[in-house]
Design a protein around this ligand. Structure first.
Ligand code: AMP
Length: 301
């Protein structure tokens, strides 16, 4: 397994692979890998075959974090990540620095090497903005989050030139926005969305679960319980007013002493448009603070 940190080296390899006719699969991550990430690697391998190349990018992208969010304390463990990737049969791990990805962001806490002469001192200035699906749910709670996501994913697509890229259903809205961007900007890449992997008690695997110390971990199952209750309601009543189900979820979350509902939404899984009547096939997404940790989950009902 190779590890590449520089953009020029990544692009050189990409060109070589393309000339050799190899299929390329990309799994973008922010590291601190868990079984959910590794399931995406497996999916990518299945898509490109044993002669193809599977690339995992590990990059905690500063532009998708808000000023009050957990960018600086986001869990990082590269040594462990590399070991997991090797074990999962990854061919190359791409680990660019902030200075490589956003050159010249002088004065930014995010750019460690901006004083090196090879960086453009005028500063990074180009962003990719999806305008239809990015304003609701996660986008409403985290302004500029998706601008950071689409920008970094567009950059990774240019650098790795993947034939397929795999994203998790855990971030349903993100996957929908990436699909939209790929269609709108004509990226020649197929987007695959792999199912959410969960712990035994239903909690969706997430790097942020590391923050759930003490009694917080047990309270975090309230997201999965909310999904289960919504599912049971829909099974029983065929259709149900979204407003009533939102109130029920809010009440359930409030039963946990350290939990606070950020949002819950019922929507069409393809268009992400909110629905007023919930029925089979409707999608539920919610974000809940457990202490200071913000968790998200979603599911088809
Ligand atoms: P992250 O490192 O959190 O940015 O996630 C990288 C990719 O892994 C994204 O496409 C996520 O949707 C996906 N992912 C995160 N958690 C899970 C999970 N529990 N199951 C499946 N995919 C996941």
């Amino acid at each position: 397994m190779q590890r590449v940190a520089f953009i020029a080296a990544m692009q050189r390899l990409t060109r070589q692979w393309q000339r050799a006719g190899k299929r390329i699969g990309l799994v973008p991550t922010m590291g601190c890998l868990h079984a959910g990430h590794l399931s995406l690697v497996k999916r990518a391998r299945r898509a490109v075959g044993k002669n193809g190349v599977v690339v995992v990018s590990i990059y905690v992208n500063p532009t998708q974090f808000g000023p009050k969010e957990d960018f600086s304390k986001y869990p990082r463990d590269l040594k462990r990540d590399l070991k997991l990737c090797r074990g999962a049969g990854v061919d190359l791990v791409f680990t660019p620095s902030d200075a490589e990805m956003y050159p010249g962001t002088v004065g930014s806490r995010r750019c460690e090497a901006a004083d090196k002469p090879r960086f453009d001192k005028r500063g990074y200035g180009t962003y990719v903005v999806e305008e239809k699906l990015s304003r609701i749910m996660e986008g409403a709670s985290r302004p500029d989050h998706f601008r950071g996501v689409t920008t970094v994913v567009a950059k990774l697509f240019h650098l790795v030139l993947p034939d397929v890229a795999v994203f998790g259903a855990k971030d349903w809205q993100q996957a929908a926005i990436i699909r939209r961007m790929v269609a709108d900007l004509n990226f020649p890449v197929r987007i695959l969305v792999a199912p959410t992997l969960r712990e035994r008690d239903g909690l969706a695997m997430s790097s942020r679960n590391k923050y759930l110390t003490g009694g917080l971990r047990a309270q975090a199952t309230v997201l999965w319980c909310s999904i289960q209750i919504a599912r049971a309601t829909v099974k029983k009543s065929k259709t149900f007013p979204a407003a009533g189900l939102k109130t029920a979820v809010k009440k359930l979350v409030e039963c946990e002493p350290d939990a606070r509902l950020d949002y819950v939404e019922f929507f069409d899984p393809d268009t992400l448009l909110p629905v007023s009547k919930v029925k089979r096939g409707t999608h539920l997404a919610l974000a809940v603070f457990i202490g200071k940790t913000r968790l998200i989950d979603n599911a088809r009902l």
